[in-house]
Design a protein around this ligand. Sequence first.
Ligand SMILES: Nc1nc2c(c(=O)[nH]1)N[C@H]1C(S)=C(S)[C@@H](COP(=O)(O)OP(=O)(O)OC[C@H]3O[C@@H](n4cnc5c(=O)[nH]c(N)nc54)[C@H](O)[C@@H]3O)O[C@H]1N2
Ligand SMILES: Nc1nc2c(c(=O)[nH]1)N[C@H]1C(S)=C(S)[C@@H](COP(=O)(O)OP(=O)(O)OC[C@H]3O[C@@H](n4cnc5c(=O)[nH]c(N)nc54)[C@H](O)[C@@H]3O)O[C@H]1N2
Ligand code: SF4
Ligand SMILES: [Mo]
Length: 766
Amino acid sequence: MNSDQTKLCATPPIEKEAIRIGAPKTIAAGIPGVTVALKHVFKEMSLKTCVPTLFAVNQMDGFDCPGCAWPDPDDHRSGMGEYCENGAKAIAEEATAARANPEFFAKHSVEEMSHWSDYKIGKSGRITHPMILRESATHYEPISWEAAFSLIGNKLKTLDSPDEAIFYTSGRTSNEAAFLYQLFVRQYGTNNLPDCSNMCHESSGVGLSKTVGIGKGSVKLEDFYQTDLIIIMGQNPGTNHPRMLSALQKAKRNGAKIISVNPLKETGLTKFKNPQELSGWVGSGTSLSDMYLQVMVNGDVALLKAIMLIMLEAEEANPGTVFDQEFIKNQTADYEAFIADLKNYNLNSLSENCGISIEQIRATATEIMRHKKMIICWAMGLTQHKNGVDNIQEVVNLLLLKGSIGKPGAGTCPVRGHSNVQGDRTMGIWEKMKPDFAEKLKAYFDFEPPMKEGYNVVHAIKAMYEKKAKVFFAMGGNFLSATPDTELTAEALQNCDLTVQVSTKPNRSHLITGKTALILPCLGRTELDVQNGEKQFVTVENSMGVVHQSRGGLKPASEHLMSEPAIVAHLAKATLTGNNKTDWDGLVADYDRIREAIDKTIPGFENYNERVRKPGGFYLPNGARDGNFKTATGKANFTINQVAEHNLSNGEFLMMTIRSHDQFNTTIYGLDDRYRGIYNGRRVVMVHPDDMELIGVKEGDFVDLSSHYDGVDRVAPKFYVVAYDIPRKCIGTYFPEANPLIPYDKYADKSHTPISKSVVVRLRKN
Ligand SMILES: Nc1nc2c(c(=O)[nH]1)N[C@H]1C(S)=C(S)[C@@H](COP(=O)(O)OP(=O)(O)OC[C@H]3O[C@@H](n4cnc5c(=O)[nH]c(N)nc54)[C@H](O)[C@@H]3O)O[C@H]1N2
Ligand SMILES: Nc1nc2c(c(=O)[nH]1)N[C@H]1C(S)=C(S)[C@@H](COP(=O)(O)OP(=O)(O)OC[C@H]3O[C@@H](n4cnc5c(=O)[nH]c(N)nc54)[C@H](O)[C@@H]3O)O[C@H]1N2
Ligand code: SF4
Ligand SMILES: [Mo]
């Protein structure tokens, strides 16, 4: 334990913030979006680097935007640059001129930095050297790469079991790095491979696999332009997937209708001005949503059931006119059981449960019945609840009733978060080991992969907390701040003998550490990756299953950086002894060799090196897209799902923790949530004005938030109250400020995704 551990601050500190509240914006993007993007870029980067860099984003011969996983158009790319405001911020954050070099770490102790805001920690710049925090030391100091690898290797070699080590992955890691990483971890002997996906779209993966046979979405970008109706549930694309708005705009122009389901009136879902069009600079913008349902937090299953109940009435009155009976008969299973269960529900109580009037539900059902082809999109608003998997399965039920999957212009669209989170999973980053994959790895690399299920994120926290795990290694990310139960997770990490972070920039996980801590600085997406004297490229998979190249062009932030694949290879060589047969140096000397191994071990990657060199890359096979459902029944399955019941008592609220417009997960770009009209601060809680009156607070008051689960009280003090248009009994806060309130052992059934969007809390005046 570090000497001044008791004084370390694991949670975002409470600072004096001069918060300002304005009216929420009614139009997304347009000129303000462009101005803000450029402001961020010019603040962080020189003119010489920023212009070519921005022109290379998402171009066929450029690099993949390090922001979200929204896909690029298959054919045409705009010469003005294929990026959005938040993509530009992500690039500026990585390509910043600021440096966290050894002098920086010598000047600031770990304790001092832990009292900085996440914003300030992130702004310290790119890490330039491998750094070590020795046992009981107060400051990080430089260490050579060689010494760092031998320290980690020696520690891993002396553990009682490989299962005492945990290897986390965030979603920015390339296919090549992810493949090598899981290969190393499995050769070492464990499946302890938790990843950010466990906290993100795991519920989608579980729900979709069971119902339609593939844990990924079924639609392509092109489907948006052919569809009749798009339903967007629990997603805030204006902030988190901004270029999705261009696709929605095009869909509208082609005649599609859009229905949004969200507790908040999110700006991006209402109106959009496309900055890539002249009319986006001078016109009044495109109205996006035709209907907006301000559902109560976690009211989605109730809402969907209510809609389907009305559809069922209409179908029974005129059979064959509402449901696609032919599709249901030939391609689905368990329809009768589903209908029998649906009939148990009553419209009044469903309406009450979701907070949407029967009139509005009827209007929505009518709109859905009018159209043939439908796409449903969703993100964290559906996945991060106790019934997260049920949410997804209920979405599938609606699509199946309409036969709206496996044909052009129709299907499932879980919109992924991190730019390569989907690819990392495809590469085998998972705490579970698929038997087919194990066979292939065994044949190609000549070793016996472990089959025992490893730890996911919540199990990893528990194992460290209970001192069953002793080494924590992170390929990117910010485990401490991204996970729930911040104080408990801090203790868990501090219980470890060694924590290692492969990172680009400092974050709180570098400050709350095991007894010894290492930072291994790596290249980012924007940077040139040269191995063996040759420029390399990496590959990624976007939200719609397109695998393509990413080629950075900038001079690396420091000559001491290593690429992620090279870090894994060195780590493997320092750890795996004796009869290890893998040519780690050879694999890293030419990334084509890594892709060759992927080609031979992962389905869908045949002729990888050749196909990924074609402009735009290639689509991975997707059964659900072709109407081929690879489930246990061989058909698409209807499922019976539960309506969420929270039974809040007086004074209790259901809290959703969401992203502001100025952050990428735990990386804080700035302090404004421009679209929601909240400026210059993040420690805020959005409350309905009537609820404010009921508990006796007014805008600008400070309240303490507390949660109470299984006899444990968790408190997050001093949040600024903002009067907001949000359903009664529901409140909104930002992540990671509110994470200390989320119990790590409360998660979605079957997917283990923490309940970050439905935490029962109380508010008390500070
Ligand atoms: N700029 C930027 N881009 C990002 C990220 C970022 O932090 N910043 N993060 C990336 C990552 S990893 C991810 S996973 C995605 C996240 O993308 P989103 O899922 O859009 O992110 P959240 O802010 O969590 O927003 C969830 C939305 O769901 C709504 N919501 C909350 N609870 C419910 C509910 O019970 N029902 C319904 N119907 N709606 C609900 C909220 O009001 C909010 O609009 O974005 C990715 N892109
Ligand atoms: N309460 C609450 N908690 C949540 C969520 C929520 O909605 N509410 N959302 C959850 C979701 S959806 C997700 S995905 C997780 C995110 O969890 P993580 O993926 O763990 O967190 P990030 O904030 O994305 O990680 C940021 C760090 O990654 C490092 N980094 C950036 N680029 C690179 C790179 O190219 N290589 C390497 N090696 N490192 C890099 C930087 O050091 C940066 O500080 O958080 C989850 N936590
Ligand atoms: S939509 Fe996502 S991937 Fe596209 S430019 Fe914006 S942040 Fe980057
Ligand atoms: Mo995510």
